[in-house]
Write a protein that binds this ligand. Structure first.
Ligand SMILES: Cc1ncc(COP(=O)(O)O)c(C=O)c1O
Length: 451
C-alpha cells in the first residue's frame, strides 16, 4: 500500500514533529536539568562546584635562589648567619611591633612567652578553650593549669565577661586566642589584666595581619605568638615568632630560646646563667618566610574581599549565623566559620549538612570540639607533678568547671568552617558556596530523611 504521506505531507509532518520535539525539549529539558540541579549531590545530583580549589602552600621559582644561597653558605644554624635576624626585623616591621624573635614553631613561641611572663609550676593561666590543642599544651607543659574561660558564640573568641569569676590567687596570665584569624576583644581583656596585675600573652598563631582597633594582633598584649607551620598564611613548614615592644622581655625571650645564653640586657656573671632550651629557627625557614612578606599582604586582601562577600550573602540565609568582629577590627580568615542552626534546614543535623556540602564540592568541617573532655587534661591533672602542685580539692573544682562552658559547648556543636585556601578562589566560586548552601536548605527535608 502506498504511504498516505506525500513528500509534502511528510515534510509538513516532520516539521510539525520536529517543532513538537523542539517544543518538548524547550519545555521539558529545563525541568529535567533543573531537577538534576536541585537534587543534592549526596543523593546523586550534580555537585554545584566541580572545579577544585587553590592548593596550599604555594611557592614560586623566584624563591629558589634565596634557599640555595643558605644551602651553599653552609651557615644553617641561626648562630652562624644573618637570615633569621633579617626575617625578625622584617616581620616586626610588618606587624608594627618593636621586636620579634623567631622560633622553631608556634608552640615553642608560646612556651618561651609563658616562661618569660613568669608562668611557673603551680600557676594558673586563663585560656580560650576554642583553639588548637597546642594552646592547652603550652600551659600544661609549663606545669600550670589551663583555666578555660568561656567562648562568646557571636565572636568565637574569649568572652571577656567570663574571665574574672575564674581568677584565683594562682592566676598569673591571660592567654586569649585570635582563633581563625578573628581578633579577640582585647580592650576589656587588657583592662582585667591591668586590674589584677596579670600578664597577657596573645596566641596569634592564626592571626598574621589581623587588626583590632587599628593595631595588629600580636602587638596588643605583653607578648604575641605566631605560627608559620605549613597550613598557615605565612608558611615555612614549621616556624614561629614572639613579638612585643619591651626590650627587657624580648631579651629574656632570646636567652630562653637559645639554651639560656645571655642576651642584651639579660645577662649574668656567666654566659649561661639562666634556664633555657633550644627553640631556634633555621635560616632555611627564614629564607622562605622572607620571600613571602608581600605575598602575605596580597593573599590577605584577597581572602578578606571574598570573606566579606560571603558574609554579606550568607547573612541572608536563615539558619546561618556569620561571626561578629569587634568594632573597628579586621579578621584574616585562617578559616571562614559560621554557626549553623538546623531548624531552618528542616532539622538536618550539622553532621549531615557538612556531608551534603562536601558532596557539593565544598570542603568544610565542624572545627574544634570540647577538647577538655577528651582525656588530655585529665591525664595531666592525674599526673604525679600536678597532684603535688595543686590540692585535690582545687583539681576537682577545676574539672567540674568545664560544665560551665556553655558558650563554648554551643560553638563546638554548631560551627561549620572552611579552610583559608577556598577564599583564594575567584569570586564566582564564592557564589558556588552560597548556591550549595541554598540548595541543601531547599532539599533539607529530603536529606534529613535519606542520609
Ligand atoms: C591557635 C594555635 N596556637 C598554637 C599553634 C601552634 O603552632 P605550631 O603548630 O607552629 O607549633 C597553632 C598551630 O596550628 C595554632 O593554630
Amino acid at each position: 500500500m502506498k504511504s498516505p504521506l506525500t513528500r509534502r505531507s511528510f515534510i509538513r509532518h516532520a516539521a510539525a514533529g520536529s517543532a513538537a520535539l523542539t517544543w518538548l525539549t524547550a519545555r521539558q529539558a529545563p525541568t529535567l536539568v533543573a531537577a538534576e540541579a536541585t537534587k543534592p549531590a549526596l543523593l546523586g545530583g550534580t555537585p554545584v562546584h566541580t572545579g577544585g580549589w587553590p592548593g596550599w602552600p604555594t611557592w614560586r621559582e623566584s624563591w629558589e635562589p634565596a634557599v640555595l644561597e643558605v644551602l651553599r653558605s653552609r651557615k644553617w644554624f641561626r648562630g652562624s648567619g644573618e637570615t633569621v635576624a633579617r626575617f625578625e626585623a622584617a616581620y616586626a616591621r610588618l606587624i608594627g611591633a618593636k621586636r620579634c624573635l623567631a622560633t622553631a614553631s608556634g608552640t615553642t613561641a608560646l612556651l618561651v612567652s609563658l616562661h618569660v611572663m613568669d608562668v611557673d609550676a603551680g600557676d594558673e593561666v586563663i585560656v580560650s578553650p576554642f583553639t588548637f590543642i597546642a594552646t592547652y599544651n603550652a600551659v600544661l607543659i609549663s606545669q600550670a593549669l589551663p583555666v578555660f574561660a568561656d567562648t562568646d558564640p557571636a565572636t568565637l573568641t574569649l568572652d571577656p565577661a567570663s574571665i574574672e569569676s575564674r581568677l584565683t590567687d594562682r592566676t598569673r596570665a591571660i592567654l586569649p586566642v585570635h582563633i581563625y584569624g578573628l581578633p579577640c576583644d582585647m580592650d576589656p581583656i587588657n583592662a582585667i589584666a591591668r586590674k589584677h596585675e596579670l600578664a597577657v600573652v596573645e596566641d596569634a598563631c592564626q592571626a598574621w595581619l589581623a587588626e583590632y582597633k587599628g593595631r595588629q594582633c600580636g602587638t596588643l598584649g605583653d607578648l604575641g605568638c605566631f605560627s608559620f607551620q605549613e597550613s598557615k598564611h605565612l608558611p615555612a613548614g614549621e616556624g614561629g615568632a614572639v613579638t612585643g615592644d619591651r626590650d627587657d622581655l624580648l631579651d629574656r625571650c632570646q636567652a630562653f630560646h637559645n639554651c639560656g645564653r645571655a642576651y642584651g640586657s639579660f645577662k649574668g656573671a656567666r654566659p649561661y646563667f639562666t634556664r633555657g632550651s633550644n627553640y631556634r629557627m633555621q635560616h632555611f625557614q627564614a629564607a622562605i618566610l622572607l620571600q613571602q612578606m608581600d605575598k602575605l599582604g596580597v593573599d590577605t586582601a584577597h581572602r578578606r574581599e571574598n570573606a566579606d562577600y560571603l558574609t554579606a550573602q550568607l547573612k541572608q540565609i536563615p539558619g546561618i549565623q556569620t561571626v561578629r568582629l569587634p568594632e573597628n577590627s579586621r579578621g584574616v580568615w585562617h578559616l571562614y566559620p559560621f554557626r549553623y542552626d538546623a531548624e531552618p534546614f528542616h532539622g538536618l543535623s550539622r553532621a549531615k549538612f557538612i556531608r551534603a556540602l562536601n558532596a557539593e564540592g565544598i570542603p568544610c568541617g565542624g572545627g574544634y570540639t570540647e577538647q577538655y573532655n577528651d582525656g588530655l587534661v585529665d591525664e595531666a591533672i592525674a599526673s604525679r607533678g600536678f597532684k603535688r602542685l595543686f590540692s585535690a580539692e582545687r583539681l576537682k573544682a577545676y574539672r567540674d568547671s568545664f560544665q560551665e562552658l556553655k558558650g563554648n559547648r554551643l560553638v563546638c556543636e554548631t560551627t561549620v568552617a572552611m579552610t583559608q585556601n577556598l577564599l583564594l578562589a575567584p569570586r564566582s566560586d564564592m557564589d558556588h558556596i552560597v548556591e550549595a548552601i541554598r540548595k541543601i536548605q531547599a532539599a533539607g527535608a529530603e536529606l534529613a530523611k535519606a542520609v
